[in-house]
Design a protein around this ligand. Structure first.
Ligand code: PLP
Length: 279
């Protein structure tokens, strides 16, 4: 089982729904603990209602009581008290692989974690997670540095390691104007810094890429893969899910998390043969 601790996006592009689809696409059974109900569609977030921290704690406990959890992905937390419940969870399960997506606000600008919550995440969750996956804006917010090009990503990644993170991937999907053909991510851990370069996939205007990436890393870790391999596989998965994004809604396109399933032969392809053997 793989657990996501995150918010719910009713339009299914980000948050818990996207995380569960990503786990399933990796052949992992996913479970979820809700931190907030957001009101949003593909055009943006219009409201967010935080879940009470006591129910988050109860939900996480109930899932851990039921079956072994092989990895956890942590996304939108909404409040400081929810972030504290996550710290308790990571302390209670020190060997559990954990991927922290330090979600701060949506692309449409809506806050997804309150100010004291973000300060708490920075001081207490960064160092507890196995790996942290900020985008450019989140890396800038965490380090108080400008993160606008690959060099800025490298400086931010090593600063996050100095701040106590065990491993970091700064995702450069938003570098479109600087590197139009490349999707560049910067990885750092205590041994050094590495740059992962992939092919940039269109359409660019997609929703929930950070959620899919961090969940795909968590699923690969749950399957027993090492961190670098998990990151590279997650990058390739997200690139293709972006390329196959659904042309739906009036805003940013939701990724196609299940493109691999759609590559399998369709049932109708077998239908004539089955019909022949039936009589
Ligand atoms: N909604 C929820 C519940 C999320 O967890 C996130 C990101 O993690 C978002 C919205 C924002 O996604 P995006 O910035 O891709 O729109």
């Amino acid at each position: 089982m793989v657990l996501t601790i995150a918010g719910f996006d009713p339009s299914g592009g980000a948050g818990i729904a996207a995380d569960l689809k990503t786990f399933a696409a990796h052949n992992c059974y996913g479970v979820a603990a809700l931190t907030a109900l957001t009101i949003q569609n593909t055009q943006g977030v219009t409201a967010s209602h935080a879940a009470p921290f006591a129910s988050l704690r109860e939900c996480i406990q109930s899932l851990f009581d039921d079956s072994p959890i092989r990895a956890v992905k942590i996304g939108m937390l909404a409040t400081r008290s929810n972030a504290e419940v996550v710290a308790e969870t990571l302390d209670a399960h020190p060997d559990l692989p954990s991927v922290l997506d330090p979600v701060w606000r949506s692309s449409s600008g809506a806050p997804l974690l309150d100010e004291t919550g973000f300060a708490y995440l920075r001081a207490n969750l960064l160092s507890r997670a196995s790996v942290v996956t900020p985008n450019l804006e989140e890396a800038a917010e965490l380090t108080h540095l400008k993160v606008e090009d690959v060099n800025g990503m490298r400086v931010a990644a090593s600063t996050l390691i100095e701040m106590g993170a065990r491993a970091v991937v700064v995702t450069g999907g938003h570098l479109a104007d600087k590197a139009p053909d490349k999707a560049i991510d910067v990885f750092a851990d205590e041994t050094g810094i590495e740059t992962f370069v992939g092919e940039r996939m269109k359409p660019e205007n997609t929703h929930g890429t950070g959620c899919a990436f961090s969940s795909a890393v968590a699923a690969n870790l749950a399957l027993g893969r090492r961190l670098r391999e998990s990151i590279m596989l997650a990058k390739a998965y997200v690139a293709e899910a972006i390329r196959r994004a659904y042309p739906t809604g009036g805003g940013r396109l939701p990724l196609n998390h299940f493109y691999r399933v759609q590559e399998s032969p369709r049932v109708t392809d077998h239908a004539p043969a089955l019909a022949e053997t039936a009589h």
